[in-house]
Design a protein around this ligand. Structure first.
Ligand code: NOJ
Length: 533
């Protein structure tokens, strides 16, 4: 592989939700020592980089995305020494660690906010976004919080509102204030100096708001089943042009260190998303591409979106793909267990860095959580309880013991009852399992650099199939054919004869089959074919 390809381009990223990966101290919540104890598994799977959701001190109003100290470890997760051991264990295995950084907002218990709210003339007052009520007594503007209700919270003591894009316990920082920038950049340096390899930047597109705080317009496409936040189009509260200056400054800081990287969490349409690569690619290395998470599982639409994405990427901008994360329903629950195998093949054969959400490599599904056990503020605060993200955050399924090898005690969220079948131990020795499919795809990708550096050439898409080539001068050419439907189908190459051998399939029995002209696929089947010219 070309020496110019860096680890975050060639490798696979794996997201660990630390509360749910491995409990080492018997409190029912995952921790750092737990993650360290499972690094051999991640290495066996073929993972290059581990992204760990927030592990900092936090009142846990939003499970760590409400940080009260950017420079320490929450005791629930362990100590700074545990962190250093995790980092050392990751680096010893030639892997990388990506931390989750939440610069848009802090916890309302963060000392910065406690100072800011203590009086109107406190030096940190301007670190957050404070506004008077309007002369008629109404809210400063109509902006809504993503977790329900108004984004403005009244502070009785100082008689002003503060702005929070998420929970009222998560006040937004004022990124137009230079001291805020300096303080957060210092925290980034703190972790980079310790040796972390990159950051996933939470809600990157939210960091700067309209200077005039204009009202957001009404969303004409709002439907009653949508979250209340979607009633308005957030054109003034997010994705402001000035955010790119901040992103570029973060990038400049990272570039002072060798081979560090930055992912931006950004939910925007493609043409707006790609702007986050920055002028001359000096913005985010990987603005997260959530298309496979947000689009309907429709081959024509997905193929069109891949083409649009490929065409929109700036020159030198590196693509990436995400199939699951801690905010979205799991892929198995969206498209079914059989189709999730096809999705794995798609994720790992497209051009760009793949991100895997923990447990998706086993086919873990969304778990039904009894209402009285609901934890997620997005469920608890919202009229529609089905918006809760708990179902996709349940304990990792390691084996078929009482709490699936995650913990010796009852965990913070229940273990899925299918864990006796869907677990690492069982799947490890089953050649037809999801886990083995993932591992084989990851290793195949690594061994065939055309999947990393080769071009993506669309071949065909209809209501059942997506087919594409991966091609690079001097390498064998591969054809990927994925049946995104449950029905069988035939596939022929238009204008070219099809002659090749299946080298990897979601159905291992198909491997080594020679294909001449017509490929026959069962429903929910995908193949990688090496073409003979
Ligand atoms: C995005 C995170 O992924 C999500 O879990 C969190 O609730 C919000 N940002 C607020 O920090």
């Amino acid at each position: 592989m070309s020496k110019d390809v860096l680890w975050w381009q060639s490798g696979v990223i794996y997201q660990v939700y630390p509360r749910s990966f491995q409990d080492s101290n018997g409190d029912g919540v995952g921790d750092l020592k737990g993650i360290t104890s499972r690094l051999d598994y991640l290495q066996w799977l073929g993972i290059k980089a581990v992204w760990v959701s927030p592990i900092y001190p936090s009142p846990m109003a939003d499970f760590g995305y409400d940080i009260s100290d950017y420079g320490d470890i929450h005791p629930l997760f362990g100590t700074m020494q545990d962190f250093e051991e995790l980092l050392e264990g990751i680096h010893r295995r030639n892997m990388k660690l990506i931390l989750d950084l939440v610069p848009n907002h802090t916890s309302d218990k963060h000392p910065w906010f406690l100072e800011s709210r203590s009086s109107r003339d406190n030096p940190k007052r301007d670190w957050y976004i404070w506004k008077d009520r309007k002369p008629d007594g109404s809210l400063p503007n109509n902006w809504l919080a993503a977790f329900g209700g108004s984004a403005w919270e009244w502070d009785e003591a100082t008689q002003q509102y503060y702005y929070h894009a998420f929970l009222k316990e998560q006040p937004d920082l004022n990124w137009r204030n230079k001291d805020v920038q300096t303080a957060m950049f210092a925290m980034m340096r703190f972790w980079l100096d310790k040796g972390v390899d990159g950051f996933r930047i939470d809600v990157m597109w939210h960091m700067i708001k309209d200077a005039l705080f204009r009202d957001n317009p009404v969303n004409p496409e709002y439907q009653p089943h949508m979250a209340t936040y979607d009633q308005l189009l957030p054109i003034y509260s997010s994705d402001q042009p000035e955010v790119h200056t901040i992103v570029r400054e973060m990038r400049e800081l990272l570039d002072e260190y060798p081979e560090r990287m930055m992912i931006g969490e950004i939910y925007l349409p493609i043409h707006k998303l790609v702007v986050y690569y920055g002028t001359d690619n000096k913005g985010a290395h990987l603005p997260f591409n959530f298309m496979l998470l947000t689009l309907a599982w429709d081959p024509k639409r997905i193929a069109a979106a891949i083409n649009e994405y490929e065409a929109s990427l700036p020159r030198g901008g590196w693509p990436n793909w995400v199939l699951g994360n801690h905010d979205q329903p799991r892929v198995v629950s969206r498209i079914g267990a059989s189709q999730a195998r096809v999705a794995a093949m798609l994720l790992l054969t497209l051009r760009g860095t793949p991100t895997i959400y923990y447990g998706d490599e086993l086919g873990m599904r969304d778990v039904a959580i009894p209402p009285d056990k609901m934890m997620d503020p997005q469920g608890l605060n919202m009229p529609d309880k089905n918006l809760s993200r708990d179902p996709a955050r349940t304990p990792m399924q390691w084996d078929n013991s009482e709490y699936s090898g995650f913990s010796l005690v009852s965990p913070w969220l229940p273990v899925d009852r299918t864990a006796d079948r869907v677990n690492v131990r069982v799947q490890h020795s089953d050649p037809s399992s999801m886990l083995i499919l993932y591992r084989r795809l990851i290793h195949f990708r690594e061994q065939n650099p055309v999947f990393i550096t080769g071009s993506y050439i669309p071949v065909f898409a209809d209501h059942q199939v997506i087919a594409y080539l991966r091609r690079e001068e001097g390498h064998p050419e591969f054809l990927v054919v994925l049946n995104l439907s449950h029905r069988p189908c035939y596939f022929r190459m238009a204008g070219r004869s099809l002659y090749g051998t299946i080298v990897l399939s979601t159905t291992p029995a198909l491997e080594q089959t020679t294909i001449r002209d017509t490929l026959t696929l069962s429903g929910d089947e995908g193949v990688i074919i090496t073409l003979q010219s």
